[in-house]
Design a binder for this molecule. Structure first.
Ligand code: TRP
Length: 372
């Protein structure tokens, strides 16, 4: 097999800038695949970090597949009793922020409901080595963080499953954060190896490109770490205005009264300024100067007001959608149906390439009722 390295951040960043330019010129030439694990409701870290970028791409006219990676939830825990509700809440959050399946260009589906996608996993597993899977830096970190004594094989192989998520629809662009770059490199490697092993000169899979977002990483309200539900340091999209105020009130700051924007030395204050900046479209330095001796209490008052105002229309939409569970289910049904059609085509192509289309007749038409 050809070699794979997990790549450098700088090289990916440079390619992303060029990709972004072409996306703006030719949106319809691309297909974006992105997704999340359904582990809970989404927060403003997701909003500013990835969701707004997806909506932006959608509104530019790029077709978007959003995979809800429910099987992947099982890699670092033994059971997931909340999974059905988490999927439902995730769709509510997606639609509240502006992902719009009714546009006919945005499709949302849990990968567990797309058997043809999951079948791609089997040949893909034969295209990577154990050594390569063991080297994946993101998986290594997740193993550490899981605190589990025994690591199941899904933890090592979910990046191959993720390759199936991406390649089943021949996505050309995957918007990602830095931590997902190794998975994308693996996906590109699988595409390349499949093509060279089975393509017979005609590539079946494109090599998808990562689109790194320029969005800042939002820290938690405790200032020290990434915003994440498990750390209880979030502002949830679905929170009430009171809950938002309470959370911001408890946010960690420091002892200096004078407010300055200094991310390296004053990460907690800088993070609150950054959030305020994102809600008001004003540079954080300007806001720091305006607040000055007003101190942390003024900063928090302003952030509470600005955040609640910024989220108000989104929260209103979310509450309206909450009243229509059948509509949400219909969104998923439509997404699943479309994903299955696309996946079926790709599966057929791969079987023909691998010489496994045993029942196809000599016109190239397949009659294979057992596929699903
Ligand atoms: N691994 C991603 C995460 O942990 C979720 C995911 C699954 C994904 N399949 C994907 C992301 C395909 C992008 C593309 O967040």
């Amino acid at each position: 097999m050809d070699t794979m390295d997990y790549g450098t951040f700088e090289a990916s960043l440079e390619r992303s800038v060029r990709l972004e330019r072409d996306l703006q010129k030719n949106p319809a030439r691309y297909r974006v695949l992105t997704g999340d694990r359904p582990t809970g409701r989404l927060h403003v870290g997701h909003l500013f970090g990835s969701l707004q970028n997806r909506v932006r791409l959608q509104d530019m006219g790029v077709p978007i597949f959003v995979v809800i990676a429910d099987y992947q939830v099982l890699t670092d825990r033994e059971s997931a009793p909340d999974i059905a509700d988490n999927v439902h809440q995730l769709v509510l959050d997606y639609m509240a922020v502006g992902l719009d399946p009714e546009s006919g260009r945005t499709f949302i589906f849990p990968h567990s409901q797309v058997p043809e996608l999951n079948q791609l996993l089997l040949p893909f597993l034969t295209l990577v080595t154990n050594a390569e899977l063991n080297r994946n830096p993101t998986v290594k970190e997740e193993i550490q963080a899981s605190g589990q004594q025994q690591i199941n094989a899904g933890m090592y192989t979910y990046p191959v499953h993720q390759a199936a998520d991406i390649l089943f629809c021949k996505a050309s662009v995957v918007p990602v954060g830095k931590d997902q770059l190794p998975h994308l490199e693996l996906t590109r490697t699988i595409a390349r190896r499949f093509n060279s092993r089975y393509g017979g000169g005609k590539p079946i899979f494109p090599e998808p490109q990562p689109l790194l977002s320029s969005a800042p990483v939002i820290l938690g309200l405790d200032g020290s770490q990434k915003m994440s539900k498990s750390r209880n340091n979030t502002i949830m999209l679905s929170s009430s205005e009171d809950e938002t105020a309470q959370g911001i009130k408890r946010a960690k700051t420091d002892v200096d009264r004078l407010i300055t924007y200094d991310p390296a030395n004053r990460p907690e204050v800088a993070n609150l300024l950054l959030l305020l900046s994102l809600c008001t479209d004003t540079p954080p330095e300007t806001l720091a100067m305006e607040i000055g001796e007003g101190g942390a209490s003024q900063l928090k008052t302003r952030l509470t007001e600005a955040m609640n105002e910024y989220l108000r229309p989104l929260r209103k939409r979310r509450r309206e959608l909450e009243k229509e569970p059948e509509f949400i289910r219909q969104v998923l049904r439509t997404g699943i149906e479309h994903a299955r059609e696309v996946a079926q085509q790709t599966l057929t192509e791969t079987r023909e390439a691998m010489n496994m289309a045993y029942l196809a007749d000599n016109t190239g038409q397949q009659s294979n009722p057992g596929d699903a």
